[in-house]
Write a protein that binds this ligand. Sequence first.
Ligand code: SDX
Length: 434
Amino acid sequence: MSKKNTETFTLIDNSSGKSFELPVIKGSLGPSVIDVRKLYAQTGYFTYDPGFNSTGSCESNLTYIDGDIGRLLHRGYSIEDLAEKSDFMDVAHLLLNGDLPTPKQKKSFVHDVTYHTMLNEQLANFYRGFRRDAHPMAIMCGVVGGLSAFYHDSTDIYDAHQRMVASFRLIAKMPTIAAMAYKYSIGQPFNYPRNDLSYAENFLYMMFAVPAEEYIISSVMTQAIDRILILHADHEQNASTSTVRLAGSSGANPFACIAAGVAALWGPAHGGANEAVLKMLEEIGQKENIPKFIKYAKDKNDPFRLMGFGHRVYKNYDPRAKVMQKTCHEVLKELNLNDPLLELAMEMEKIALSDPYFVEKKLFPNIDFYSGILLKALGFPTSMFTVLFAVARTVGWVAQWKEMIEDPGQRIGRPRQLYTGHPERDYIPLEKRR
Ligand code: SDX
């Protein structure tokens, strides 16, 4: 969509009395931006925003979030509509190519993804180098980074065809790599991908099939996994996406960039939160303990945080969490499962959302609060929760990386700093140091 310079922003330096006119750029939705690209050259000042609370790092037309009202759009389509009416391949095509696919486009897109799901057989040897109890995210970091050593014919980022092939390879191979990490951790043989299955069916098959018997694909589980993948596909300039963009801005190959994204996603403040939520709920154990944990979360001196609560952008309910909670209820009912952790989570949500601390700080459940309960119901071990997040977010990472590479104004990302270290000082030889 178009962007346009509208008015300017006047900055007055009170120490010198000078004023500076900075251009304001208006997008299609959301806050306009003050263009500070020439600020340092004009004023000798840097801006300062360590957590990037108020900083736009790029222009993008992939995903729009309105955190105040809890709204999430992908290329203009609401996450609620996409989760309800689309499948993950629709959303992948939408993010990568700009619109929902026509039936012909979808057939071709799904074919191209399907026929890239196999891994070079030598990559299976990577797994044997890990301990069986290695965290699957550690394996993902290693194996995804290792793809650069195998797929040399799709590492030239300035060749549009190679960028397209690398995009398909990454989206297609992540479920295979993820499922192999799980199989390795439980000592079961790897399953090869099957071209007769959909993306979600294939992922479940590779995760849970065993050679000893036929694997029956559950439509309930398939639909739930597909919806979870949609909900995690992309989310504007979050920490791992920004990592992928920064790595890509140096010209690193796409496999290395996505490996960097996997590493950034692993943190419990980001994609690792779903695993942390389940551990927190299991530690809380029963409703009677909730007030104690809420108290810990409110205590400034206690590092404990209510995992799955709060968000840098959402100051309202994360719309993905609403869909996730609804899907939780549907799946547990259809699988005839009763997980007390769901009741516990809902009770915790109720108590927290009526507590002034959470209300004043606008801390609502985020996508990670319910996803762990749903993944547990689908048979995923806690250690695989963030891996699934990485599988889904690879679509967003690749789409954001592609958008950055194709931006004619793209330059290497190189932030500056506020230096508070020593001024220059004379060297002290070893014999004189006391
Ligand atoms: C994801 O960016 C994205 O879009 C990420 C993501 C995506 O799709 O890519 O949406 C996925 O990462 C979701 C977030 C998952 N993380 C968690 O659930 C971990 C628990 N949440 C927090 O750690 C925290 O809320 C963050 C990291 C999510 C947001 O951190 P911010 O924006 O830096 O907020 P903050 O730490 O400055 O907190 C503001 C205040 C603080 O109190 P004060 O210092 O102002 O007194 O709120 C408090 C915090 O102490 N606070 C919490 C809290 N989260 C924030 N207090 C208790 N429990 C919490 N969960």
